[in-house]
Write a protein that binds this ligand. Structure first.
Ligand code: TXA
Ligand code: MG
Length: 328
């Protein structure tokens, strides 16, 4: 079991001595190592069982130290960083020579962000080095949004979980890349595209990565997935399936939904998890991973997830649900 505590000096000491620890951010918990400690960084991949071709985000205390690791970046990245940092925005651009290849999976690009969590910002100040940190979950599994989630999955593999409470946002950062002179949206996340476009004053293209495997272009990766099979549905589809059922075939099904659910669906299924009674998309993002984890522990045969309104952060939630439902 890992120790769970909020001692940033202890966390800094462990990192400095080459350990990998869990750190809180406003999005999800990260599995952090000092970016220049190549042994510790390779332990991050090992602990997560993450393939080495999947690059890591570097976390910094402020914009100045983050941009120092870019060889070049578009001027508009500065504008976005000024507006959204500290916050759930990751920027990807040409790296300088200081960034180890293991971090970027050999790519000439590096991903950086300044997370918005007071404990982690203080920790970054103390260690005075970037932290390489992917989400603190086993590769492919549901991301962690509180210390217990990390303990459940990785507690035996790390010494310390820096306890920053439940993550405020609960969904990963939005990732922007830069290609052929244009800023592009590479991962849907906590900040939605229109908010970015409002700051930029122009529209950007979506080039959402289907997967991280260089040899499987276009194929959607299974990711963010509970062990229980998860299926996407709509209220209407669920209602009609239940109306046409000949037996109580849904009695072992748990439903993840948003807002309200028809009485017939409630009666026919085993358990229902409401992401937000008031149809608040931010509340839904905040509860998403905890909800999936709770349903996964319930021993149900299947999870049915009702897709959310496809705008704002709802788009990022639907993206995670789609990936979670990919069957191998
Ligand atoms: O909110 C977040 O971003 C969280 C917290 C902990 O900061 N981190 C996170 O990391 O979601 P992770 O490792 O689960 O996802 C990072 C993704 C990679 O899978 C990849 O898609 C993209 O970031 N990425 C990282 N470095 C990249 C690079 N050099 N080029 C392109 N994409 C990169
Ligand atoms: Mg992740």
């Amino acid at each position: 079991m890992a120790e769970i505590g909020s001692d940033i000096f202890k966390a800094a000491k462990l990192l400095a001595s080459g350990e990998v620890i869990a750190i809180p951010t406003e999005t999800v918990y990260g599995l952090g190592a000092i970016a220049f400690d190549l042994v510790a960084v390779s332990r991050v991949f090992e602990i997560k069982q993450r393939p080495f071709f999947d690059p890591l985000i570097l976390h910094f205390a402020n914009k100045k130290s983050a941009f120092a690791f870019f060889k070049s970046a578009p001027a508009d990245f500065e504008k976005l960083a000024n507006y959204f940092w500290p916050g759930p925005l990751t920027l990807v651009a040409e790296k300088n020579e200081e960034v180890p290849d293991i971090i970027t999976a050999g790519s000439s690009l590096v991903a950086v962000r300044v997370p918005n969590h007071p404990l982690t910002l203080e920790l970054l100040e103390i260690i005075d080095a970037p932290l390489a940190a992917p989400s603190a979950n086993p590769f492919g599994y549901v991301s962690p949004t509180n210390p217990e989630h990390v303990q459940d999955n990785l507690g035996d593999l790390i010494p310390y979980i820096l306890d920053g409470g439940p993550c405020k946002l609960g969904i990963e950062s939005t990732i922007l890349g830069y290609k052929e002179g244009k800023i592009q949206l590479w991962r849907l996340g906590a900040i939605d595209k229109s908010a970015i476009e409002n700051v930029l004053g122009y529209q950007i293209e979506e080039l959402i990565a289907q997967n991280s495997k260089p040899d499987a272009p276009g194929q959607l990766d299974k990711h963010y997935s509970p062990l229980t099979p998860i299926f996407l549905t709509t209220q209407m589809e669920m209602e009609s399936k239940i109306a046409n059922a000949t037996s109580n075939e849904f009695s072992d099904v748990a439903v993840l939904f948003f807002g309200d659910l028809p009485d017939t669906v409630v009666a026919a299924t085993s358990f229902q998890f409401n992401l937000s009674e008031n149809r608040d998309l931010f509340e839904a993002a905040h509860k998403l991973y905890a909800g999936l984890r709770q349903l996964d522990r319930g021993g149900y045969k299947e999870i049915w997830a009702v897709l959310l309104p496809d705008f704002g952060v709802g788009k990022a939630i639907n993206d995670r649900l789609k990936r979670a439902s990919v069957k191998e």
